[in-house]
Design a protein around this ligand. Structure first.
Ligand code: ZN
Length: 187
């Protein structure tokens, strides 16, 4: 669980650090608001993707399952600034599938932690591989990072794309092409 008292103290110090008066009217409740907000934003800290993926259903035919445009919001661990965008997840079952909403739930678990996009992408792929044991998984994340667009290099609208490929998706070009076509990235 998130320690709200620690966050409140830290935010107060941070406000003092930038030269603000944390006791003025507009800021007085800010530490408490941020503490509550962080409990929500970082609730993936106390969650495990297993909760969502351990319930499996058997299937007769192992056709590709793809969930695209899963919206996510996360916080970059280098700047504690938001990065957000879409996740596309596909897997080729090996006798079992998960409930469809569970892929989005898995994304939420890993987005709800201080993250880097590359690791989040791998963690989603590895969780599905580990729990569902499909023939393969492919995950693509497209995101805008506020630490890049509102400071530093300042390139608004630029997106970072990361891909994780596991199992049969590594070997079969056809499957990767199918994935790209399904998410509308066909050449
Ligand atoms: Zn950053």
């Amino acid at each position: 669980m998130v320690d709200q008292e620690k966050i409140k103290k830290a935010v107060k110090l941070l406000l003092e650090g930038i030269g603000e008066d944390p006791d003025r009217e507009g800021l007085a409740q800010t530490p408490e608001r941020i503490a509550r907000m962080y409990s929500e934003i970082f609730d993936g800290m106390s969650k495990d993707a297993k909760e969502h993926l351990s319930r499996r259903f058997t299937v007769e035919s192992n056709e590709m399952v793809l969930e695209k445009d899963i919206t996510f919001y996360s916080m970059c661990e280098h700047h504690l600034m938001p990065f957000f965008g879409k996740v596309h997840v596909a897997y080729l079952p090996d006798g079992y599938v998960a409930g469809l909403s569970k892929l989005a739930r898995t994304v939420e678990v890993y987005a709800g932690r201080p993250q880097i996009q590359e690791r989040m992408t791998s963690q989603i792929a590895d969780a599905i591989m580990g729990e569902l044991q499909p023939q393969g998984v492919m995950v693509m994340v497209e995101a805008e990072h506020l630490c890049m667009t509102m400071r530093g290099v300042k390139k608004p609208g630029s997106r970072t794309v990361t891909v994780a490929v596991r199992g049969i998706f590594r070997e079969e070009t056809v499957l990767r092409s199918q994935f790209m076509a399904c998410i509308g990235r066909e050449r």
